[in-house]
Ligand binder design. Sequence first.
Ligand SMILES: NC(=O)c1ccc[n+]([C@@H]2O[C@H](COP(=O)([O-])OP(=O)(O)OC[C@H]3O[C@@H](n4cnc5c(N)ncnc54)[C@H](OP(=O)(O)O)[C@@H]3O)[C@@H](O)[C@H]2O)c1
Length: 443
Amino acid sequence: MNTPMVIRIGICGLGTVGQGVWKHLSRIRPELEARLGVKLELTRASVRDRRKKRSVTIPAGKLTTDSLAVATDPNIDIVCELIGGTTVARDVTLGALACGKVVVSANKALICKHGAEIFETARRHGGHFLFEASVAGGIPLIKALREGLVANRFPLIYGILNGTCNYILTQMEEQDAPYSAILGEAKQLGYAEADESLDVLGWDTAHKASVLTFLAHGTWVKPEQMIVEGIDRITPGDFKNASALGYGIKLLAVITRDFTTGELSVRVHPTLLPESHVVAKVSGVFNAVSVQGDVAGTTLYIGRGAGQDATASAVISDLVDAVSLLKNDRRAFITARKRPGPARPALACRLAPPEHIRGRYYLRLTVSDEPGVLAKIATALAAQHVSIASVIQSAQEPAGAASLVLTTHQSDERAIGTTLRRLSRLSCVLEKPLLLRIGDFSE
Ligand SMILES: NC(=O)c1ccc[n+]([C@@H]2O[C@H](COP(=O)([O-])OP(=O)(O)OC[C@H]3O[C@@H](n4cnc5c(N)ncnc54)[C@H](OP(=O)(O)O)[C@@H]3O)[C@@H](O)[C@H]2O)c1
């Protein structure tokens, strides 16, 4: 009988995700080995602090603080980069790929910042880079885009990609409580980081949108090139106003592509979604993504977007793919240069200018409570041909101020941006206006 091939795995980073991978891989290893016909060996792991207490037991001889040594160890076939950040993680990833290894990553920030270099290094040296865990945690969204929906082009992809924000928005609405109180609660429960800014200001969602855009359209769009707005200025009153209009509020990534003009738009912003919409009903830390394919139609994915177990599930699915690559096609390392890349080749594609990004808007203004204010506001909107669809007015603190909530008919990002700047300069507008987009998605 042939002795089974031994696949040696190195894990760089044994934090939340790394420990989850170690735990679940140790548990399911016999089943995977039987299925794959190989031996899986957790060979080495790296951490920053070897003395830190961990929820998994790792033999002392397997633990090191030298991540690069794990990445480039000739005895290791697959390297899991679970450190996070874009410095050491980049060195580890590029180091392993330069040795022709398979790298499995959950690191959307790294992919967003250095994706082009990573995939080029993999191509050049015959390595492979797998990243299912980087977007939407336990939902196999990347496999869906890359494999299940390969026959499709994607005019529209949108969804909730950050569980922390979805938790905060859900609780604000349910408890009728302000953002700051719910953020504090989310930190206590471990749903929000000590520094929450990456999540709540939309940048984490933007990193994931960048990865999805690369997969779906073969081009890199950096967060700096997107509209990125967070949830930190939303108030309980906005939920009441939205509800009165028949909407809920979700932080969405929205990726649209016009295949006639080639224009692409990628944006992240809080969005009013009709209350009856499936995505509007997805609450708590869950993610939900709607993918419109030109062949399959719309498919919808809902599940846990983060957390130790869900993310470990995605990492282990990549490990299994990595084993299949190594086992069935040792020649993969030799022929890798001829392999298609991870994303589809970019058709002629450019970013849509703001005037081509159209939609309806919700605008909340704190104004002085005096005659003639509405006329001044209406004049500012009319100057950019932004027409008002509805108005809700209510008295507000401080005394003498009123809250004015307008919704608009179809307009565009350039017109609404100019309008906002103009409104901010009016003496009757007391605070920076809040702009939310209205998501007119049918499914
Ligand atoms: N947490 C989630 O739910 C989740 C979901 C999806 C994707 N991700 C991604 O998964 C990755 C890991 O996230 P995480 O939440 O597991 O992070 P984490 O809990 O902070 O763990 C990071 C690990 O990396 C180690 N580390 C840090 N710097 C190091 C260095 N210079 N050399 C060696 N090891 C080093 C840390 O060592 P010590 O333990 O000794 O400090 C720790 O074990 C990130 O890219 C994250 O974006 C996380």
